[in-house]
Design a protein around this ligand. Sequence first.
Ligand SMILES: *Cc1c(COP(=O)(O)O)cnc(C)c1O
Length: 366
Amino acid sequence: MQWKKTLGEMTPYKPGKSIKEVINQYQLEKVVKLASNENPYGPAPSAKKLLENGTIEIEMYPDGNASSLRKKVAQKLDVSESSLLFGGGSDEIIVMISRALLDSGKNTIMATPTFPQYAHNAKIDGAEIREVALVDGHHNLDGFLKVIDEDTSVIWLCSPNNPTGNLIPAEDLKSFLAKVPDTILVVMDEAYYEYITDPSHINTIHLLKEYPNLIVLRTFSKAYGLAAFRIGYAVGNPEVISNLNKVRSPFNVTSAGQALAEAALNDDEFIEKCSLLNREQMQRFKKYANENKLHIYDSAANFVLIEVPENGDIASEKLLQHGIIVRSGEALGTPGYIRVTVGSEDQNTGFFSAFDSLLKDAQLLK
Ligand SMILES: *Cc1c(COP(=O)(O)O)cnc(C)c1O
């Protein structure tokens, strides 16, 4: 068969181990997954209630326009309904952006390491990928400006950045946007937006009026706890949204996803509580790292990138034996580290106790 040439250099996405697999493989009773930054407190309660009591017309196609959810999100964000695009997770919106704007002859700029789906899709669509190394976990936006040329089509920003967790400071973002030509789409991926508590942070949606070449991605998968239902959205200039809509498949977001996301939007209190608990638990990670002289990145999200003895592969394998699933930094472009989702109090206590034994093995326990 005549596959796209670029597929020869690619491999399918390898998901981390599931809880069930680890339980079977290691003969464990209890396993905790701190690998994919899901909400340790479960789904938003209104969504859960709807799932238990609601009804969905299963034989009917979903509303391709997500009209009801669209109205609600528009109200909540104070934007027009035509500023919104919904996707099967923000993952699918990344695909749509890539498909609509990237091609051979174009180039696209992103940090490294960052969320891998930007480069993954750019590769499939044949665009040249220009990666600018992070500096201490931060986007080097001056470095981005230096590699822009007339063929640059999309710039990807991830804030908080996955896997480091660092936030792009508001002032840096604003001065960057002022310098980027308005013929380039700037994507601001804010999958962890609801966890940000930094008082200097600005709501990027307020920048859309001034910068019509900006688009903001958010998701119901992380803080809202709806990862299984695959729903995310983009907020942007109606003209940009309308072009992206041309590549969207007609029924891309399920009826259940739309209904649950709509319900979850009512749960501000839950989101606030999760964000607060996340901050409290995050402090324990910082303290633990400091006490044990391990480097940890300054994360504004619900995960941390923390240094480990030996390397990330060995550390994550040893943690698996203790029933804790994390992501090895070796797979994320940050060797010598692991990325850990900040769990509930009990989950984190379990993590620290497993990590203690890792340090004991390496004779590093303080
Ligand atoms: C998790 C994540 C996403 C994808 O989330 P969806 O489940 O597809 O909405 C996008 N960007 C970043 C940075 C993420 O960490």
